[in-house]
Design a binder for this molecule. Structure first.
Ligand code: BEZ
Ligand code: FE
Length: 287
């Protein structure tokens, strides 16, 4: 029997978990205790600092409701969401890499026909986006669902501005046919700030960080019999690619929106002005 001491703190606390029957839970609790005790021993917080941390986490919870999840945002800006995503989506083949989901996906985005424009507020620089979905051997996948969403020209998602943007602005779900191809119209994304009006923003500014994400377009690509991929395409040359506030950038996900100054081609794709063109292909692997 050992009483609590600074030296043996984590061993003593872990003793009380020795009868835990769920081995996974036991491992999680023991590891959490080891790391949390090591953290406290490293930082040696004052009593006031510890209370501040507890109040900080309390405020983080209080900021959450059915539309706002400040704990996920905290996990995002600490790089934990990116790490959990990377660990759970290790790729062995040439499959498309994943990245963080983020808080702005909606489950029931409208189904669209190929070629439709998802931009309903008329703002921004027009963009034509196309590509194909294949398996790891390059065979086209028919019936793949391509769920896309992005922020508008002012850097906000429709659900952040319910009284300003049309409902479901810049969202849509497309389904590939026989040849695995997809194409649709939208706008070239801009960089934007994650929400900073809560405890996460307080921490970001107190520590001299910035809250910005490089310009990107979100995708979830799924097909029966394949592992779905939750990912983004980042705009090549965008500001903040090298310092994404939520650590979502991967080299393979950066792609160029090419400027097209050709009115005939513009007419072919359904624009009457110059536009940008993005090609991005997806490779899905079997589970
Ligand atoms: C996003 O890309 O939508 C996002 C991801 C993480 C935190 C905030 C926003
Ligand atoms: Fe985003």
């Amino acid at each position: 029997m050992q009483y609590f001491s600074e030296e043996h703190s984590s061993e003593v606390v872990k003793q009380q978990y020795k009868n835990c029957k769920d081995q996974r839970l036991k491992k999680i609790m023991e590891s959490a205790i080891d790391h949390l005790h090591a953290f406290v021993k490293d930082v040696e917080p004052t009593q006031e600092e510890w209370i501040y941390m507890i109040e900080y986490l309390t405020k983080t919870g209080q900021k959450c409701d059915d539309k706002r999840q400040e704990f996920i945002l905290l996990s995002d800006v600490l790089g934990i969401s990116a790490l959990v995503d990377t660990i759970n989506n290790r790729k062995t083949l040439n499959a498309t890499e994943s990245t963080v989901l983020g808080p702005f996906h909606v489950k029931n985005a409208p189904k669209k026909s190929m070629g439709e424009n998802i931009n309903q507020d008329g703002k921004g620089e027009p963009a034509f986006i196309f590509g194909k979905v294949t398996d790891t051997e390059g065979n086209p996948i028919k019936g793949a669902e391509i769920d896309v969403w992005q922020a508008n020209e002012d850097g906000f998602y429709d659900i952040q501005q319910p009284d300003v943007q049309p409902e479901m602005n810049l969202r849509g779900v497309f389904t590939t046919e026989e040849n695995g191809k997809y194409w649709f119209k939208s706008v070239k994304p801009k960089f934007y700030s994650i929400p900073t009006d809560g405890p996460v923003g307080t921490m970001i500014f107190a520590t001299g960080r910035h809250p910005n994400r490089p310009a990107h377009l979100h995708y979830i690509v799924s097909a029966p019999g394949y592992k779905p991929v939750v990912t983004h395409v980042f705009v090549k040359g965008s500001e903040y690619l090298d310092s994404d506030a939520v650590f979502g950038v991967k080299d393979s996900l950066i792609s160029e929106y090419k400027f097209v100054d050709d009115i005939e081609r513009a007419k072919d794709v359904g624009f009457n002005t110059t536009y940008y063109e993005l090609e991005f292909n997806f490779v899905l692997e079997k589970p």
